[in-house]
Design a protein around this ligand. Structure first.
Ligand code: IPD
Ligand code: CA
Ligand code: CA
Length: 266
């Protein structure tokens, strides 16, 4: 295991333990872009520990985090961090959230860690070295038929504006009779796809920190991660994501594209 991944694991576990200690206690909660887009004092505490851990190991690396933005430097590695993915769950006492950390260079994502402290599940991946859950290799499912698929999705805080027809997409898939979960943490949704718990995932309007570690996990678990144009997802310039084993991800893409053309030609 290389030192990037080792350090990311240390940072994720330290931050995850702080989140676990704070979970269920009284803490400050404020809104960001709108009333349901929350940030708690633990988002900030988690972020500070991660930055401190990464900066002390790699002072020249750049950092992009959800709460404090871009920390410029001149290194060739950028860390992409969601210090608490699933803030709304955390704020409402629902124990489904995680820390997500990925290292990216000019070739793409080189390692990723997602840590869910309440279940003590550590998902890790290094480029071309596979994906692991608590040290055990994981792989995406082999489900070939979308009609037999088990899916997970999410909605942006701006859902009532229906960006990219996301409401119609959801109603189409639920109308096909598919079992679909909305668990509230895009990073963990992706980790669960990598671990073979879900066959596929789709969502619009995500940010790099929601997707970076999870994208590498799914790819290293043998799956594909694409955008709504059907191209390999570039986490830095795409926001809509489809992930899963290749059959399910392509079937999801096909349905979304067909649906968009019906909606846009109405
Ligand atoms: C959110 C979660 C959620 C997704 C939202 C994200 P946050 O991130 O990943 O599952 O549906 O689009 O913004 O705010 O908990 O870090
Ligand atoms: Ca997030
Ligand atoms: Ca977050």
């Amino acid at each position: 295991m290389n030192t990037l991944l080792q350090t990311a694991i240390v940072a994720a576990q330290k931050a995850g333990n702080v989140l676990k200690q704070g979970f269920g206690t009284k803490f400050s909660i404020t809104s960001k872009s709108q009333i349901h887009d929350l940030v708690t004092e633990y988002d900030h505490k988690s972020e500070a520990i991660i930055i401190e851990t990464l900066k002390s190991a790699f002072p020249k690396h750049q950092i992009l985090t959800e709460e404090s933005g871009y920390h410029a430097s001149d290194g060739d590695i950028t860390w992409i961090i969601d210090p608490l993915d699933g803030t709304v769950n955390f704020a409402h006492g629902i124990p489904f959230f995680c820390v997500s950390i990925a290292a990216v260079n000019s070739d793409g994502i080189v390692c990723g860690v997602i840590y869910a402290p309440m279940t003590n599940e550590l998902f890790t991946a290094e480029i071309q070295k596979g994906a692991f859950l608590n040290g055990q290799k994981c792989t995406v499912t082999h489900q070939q038929s979308l009609l037999n698929g088990f899916l997970v999705t999410g909605f942006p805080y701006s859902v009532k504006e229906n960006p990219q027809h996301c409401i119609e997409h959801f109603s189409h898939f639920i109308g096909m009779g598919l079992p679909i979960r909305r668990l509230g943490s895009a990073a963990l949704d992706l980790a669960y796809v990598a671990a073979g718990r879900f066959d596929g995932f789709w969502e619009v309007a995500l940010q790099p920190w929601d997707m970076a570690a999870g994208t590498l996990l799914v790819r290293e678990a043998g799956g594909i991660v694409i955008d709504y144009a059907g191209k390999e997802l570039n986490i830095l310039n795409a926001s809509s994501i489809i992930a899963g084993n290749a059959d399910i991800a392509q079937a999801l893409h096909h349905e979304i594209i067909s649906l968009n053309s019906v909606i846009e030609n109405r």
